[in-house]
Design a protein around this ligand. Sequence first.
Ligand code: SAM
Length: 284
Amino acid sequence: MSSPEIHHSADSNASSGSDSQAETSSNEGASASESSIDKSGQRVQKMFGEIAPRYDLMNHVLSGGTDYYWRWYTIRKASPQGTAPILDVCTGTGDLAFAYWLRGQKKIAVTGSDFTPEMLELAREKFNKEYSTKNNDAANVEFIQADTQQLPFEDDHFQIVSVAFGLRNIADTMQGLKEMKRVCLPGGRIVILEFSLPGNRLLRGIYSWYFRNILPRIGQFFAQNKQGAYEYLPETVSAFPYGQELASLLERAGLEKVKFIPLTFGIATLYIGSKPETNKQQES
Ligand SMILES: C[S@@+](CC[C@H](N)C(=O)[O-])C[C@H]1O[C@@H](n2cnc3c(N)ncnc32)[C@H](O)[C@@H]1O
């Protein structure tokens, strides 16, 4: 077992076991309404800076621990190969970065980047407390402050560029995707974990109600954040494309072999796309 986060079995929680291209689900009209949400870097940074100290706790409480399973599934479905480094953007407190590092048996260097210093500080603390190793052969885990729309890394460098619950927050989604693709090795993979809405209409209704009415209150109570982070969450989720629509966006960003896998009744979805071996595929 390479990860401390193994809590669930893949089959019990993956939505309808669909592991290939999923059939339905999207967020029609998402792009239009999305533009009305203020995702300016300053606002988003301030908000995440405020909730940083409670972020991990709230994540586990509000997801009922399912976030462990989602990362567990992700690092297996898009498992590292060889020794080329991995980048996790919008890394927050670093959980997916750590999960990839452990999955690579500490032999693959992992970089986590994020533009909120408070989140990165917690990621570094977490590394020192929970993951630091005396093994001199262990590969590095480092955390770097960077805007995903302008990554300070060379072209064609990382075998996997991942993002968990961060793409939705980036002001210019396409620019974020292009940067992730630019720094990815040809033939490497872009891995995206993001919230979505259940395909089943009844479940979607119940979940949307919980998301809009209960979740913001619990979040606000615990995080005591004035920027309304837990109102921002349902707003951005219901306005962001998911399923086939987001998969099409990935293809427009120049990725190929794009597939998506709804998880836990579709409340999260894993997207995996490859950077073409040659650079002939450009955004239309
Ligand atoms: C919801 S948190 C997700 C954190 C982590 N990936 C996880 O799964 O828990 C979103 C993170 O994205 C970061 N973020 C949002 N927009 C960003 C951008 N343009 N560049 C870099 N980081 C960004 C925020 O600072 C925040 O830490």
